[in-house]
Design a protein around this ligand. Structure first.
Ligand code: ARG
Length: 581
């Protein structure tokens, strides 16, 4: 709310070229808002910081918005907001404040989840799935057009071996059912057969190689088997998505195979235009700025020396498709951090080829590794390979044990629902609340804790408000309305705890804009965590149900607004709000 005014004041006082300075603004213990813009600015304009601050204040137009503006310390600007203005904004229906600021709307392609056929989804895929789905939800809420793309790994040489194995065990056999129940076991079995096979004994490896050739040549029978195999894997992915409440459907699948027909022509074009050249028998691009350990230019191999195409070739066809055919002006890859160099090389080559114009943003939203307690990438627990479905079930079971003990009076069905919401919510929140590029240790005790920046803590605050409103007999009155509707009764912002809560509520739109711009859902988690804390402080200091008349009305309405924010925010994280907890 105040940011644009501060920027305007800076521009007015020092000229338009300084308008872009992103002023650091934060709440402080001395004022509602502290602006820390003058220090950096002072250096650029050659004035003492306090003087620069004074010049900004002079140009600052916050009439009706602030009741007090003063320069403090080495050059901070302290702003105290006008109580009646806070109250007015809080009681208005949205959009209020920053959401009113027009932001350019984008057509965004988001590549996320993207697991591999006939393989287990690992915790890395879990995280790209969860973070990607939240980014998608936030972007949609901000009004952008979002195209989800699930770039599943459904092509390549292993498919010869997988198809042969599948045919051998029988499509309806228990061994084949592993594709849905334990994909890794299925893959390992095929792999073991392949590795053990010799032409003299069974010739499995030879048949597998021939099968790849038939598949790539478009042999109808092989293609049909491959399709059925992929369909089985989709059932596995969808089972995981359903448990997690992920918004991906089969319609969003655009796997590696869908680009196959374009790869030969793509390589030829790059070669003819001199963007790719043969190096040690392989066709490669050497985008500027990428060098190996030895300092030599790093190749992006797009056609191997045996004539085969690889991951990079597919990704070039993919990025071209997203810009040219899907008309994206923002392309996001929510993909594990270890693939950063690969993706940046793909983007650089696409820029060289003119397939990714300057006006189109391409960003790798790097997803950090999820670690086990030993500090290594989480692959096994207690000596067994991690199965994602079992891991999620364990989260629900643990949440169930807690709710069974704390709310025995709830019905079995109610406790089952809450346990699912809390268990799954905790796992998702853990993925979302750390910077997406930061590694973290998978720890059930920490993610399920009812204190700290956890899913259950935020969910608990929401469930508690539901129970307050239910006791007042006013749940429907306050939560029935749409998220952006005005409060059900006029809110008077009087007590300091009410004021702090109100101010934070008004930061929501700006927070959401930032999440969409920087693609950082952890900011939304931090916002909701703080909201839950401020609510708890308010509820300790300001009686609600025991207050009388208009004060009670006002506080119940404030509870209602907080609840809508909490559950609306959780929804954008893909997390449900329990009725009871
Ligand atoms: N299937 C890949 C993996 O499991 C992720 C694909 C990411 N998307 C892409 N366009 N490369 O590592």
């Amino acid at each position: 709310m105040v940011v644009p005014r501060v920027q305007a004041a800076i521009a007015h006082a020092f000229g338009d070229e300084f308008r872009d300075t992103d002023p650091v603004i934060r709440p402080s213990q001395f004022a509602d808002i502290q602006v820390n813009a003058a220090m950096a600015l002072a250096r650029n304009v050659g004035l003492p910081p306090r003087e620069a601050a004074a010049r900004i204040v002079e140009a600052l137009d916050v009439d009706g918005l602030c009741s007090l503006v003063e320069v403090s310390g080495p050059g901070f600007i302290n702003l105290t907001l006008d109580g009646s203005w806070i109250q007015e904004l809080l009681n208005a229906s949205e959009p209020a404040g920053d959401a009113a600021r027009p932001a350019p709307l984008h057509r965004v392609v988001v590549d996320y989840s993207s697991p591999n056929v006939a393989k287990e989804m690992h915790v890395g895929h879990l995280r790209t799935t969860v973070v990607g789905d939240s980014i998608v939800r936030v972007l949609e809420a901000l009004g952008h057009t979002v195209i989800r793309q699930n770039h599943i790994g459904d092509w390549g040489t292993p498919f010869g071996m997988l198809i042969e194995h599948w045919l051998e065990v029988g499509e309806d056999s228990p061994d084949a059912a592993l594709l849905i129940d334990d994909p890794s076991a299925f893959y390992q079995a095929a792999r073991a057969k392949f590795d053990a096979s010799t032409p003299e004994t069974d010739g499995f490896a030879t048949r597998a190689r021939l099968r790849v050739v038939s598949l790539q040549a478009g042999d109808p029978e092989t293609f049909a088997v491959w399709q059925r195999l992929v369909a089985q894997s989709k059932r596995y992915f969808n089972a995981i998505y359903t448990v997690l409440g992920i918004s991906l459907t089969d319609d969003h699948i655009a796997g590696e195979s869908s680009y196959d027909a374009h790869l030969a022509q793509l390589c030829q074009e790059l070669e003819e235009r001199g963007i790719a050249r043969i190096s040690e028998g392989a066709l490669c691009t050497f985008p500027a700025g990428f060098t190996g350990r030895d300092g030599d230019p790093l190749p992006l191999i797009i056609r191997k020396s045996d004539g085969g195409y690889g991951y990079g070739t597919t990704d070039l066809a993919t990025i071209r498709y997203r810009v040219r055919d899907l008309s994206a002006d923002r392309v996001l890859y929510v993909v594990g951090a270890p693939q950063n160099v690969h993706l940046r090389m793909v983007m650089a080559t696409a820029r060289d080829a003119g397939w990714l114009p300057d006006a189109v943003e391409a960003t790798h939203v790097q997803i950090g590794n999820v670690l086990g307690e030993d500090g290594k990438i989480l692959k096994s627990r207690a000596g067994n390979p991690v199965k994602l479905m079992a891991l999620l079930q364990e989260a629900v079971d643990r949440a169930r044990a807690v709710i069974d003990a704390s709310r025995p009076e709830l019905s079995d069905a109610e406790r089952a629902v809450t346990a699912r919401q809390v268990g799954i919510g905790a796992v998702k929140y853990a993925d979302l609340s750390t910077g997406h590029d930061t590694e973290y240790v998978f720890d059930f005790d920490r993610m399920l804790a009812l204190t700290g920046n956890t899913g259950p803590y935020v969910q608990y605050a929401a469930a508690r408000i539901r129970s307050i409103l239910r006791k007042a007999g006013e749940l429907d009155r306050h939560v029935g309305a749409a998220a952006g509707a005005a409060p059900a009764a006029t809110i008077a912002v009087v007590e300091p705890a009410e004021r702090a809560l109100a101010l934070h509520l008004l930061e929501y739109d700006a927070t959401l804009q930032k999440v969409g711009e920087l693609l950082e859902p952890h900011r939304l988690c931090a916002y909701l965590f703080e909201l839950a804390q401020l609510f708890t402080a308010f509820y300790e200091q300001c009686p609600v149900l025991k207050a009388e008349d208009t004060v009670r009305e006002s506080r119940l309405a404030l509870c209602g607004v907080v609840l809508r924010r909490l559950s609306g925010g959780l929804d954008l994280l893909g997390i449900e709000t329990p009725e009871n907890m």
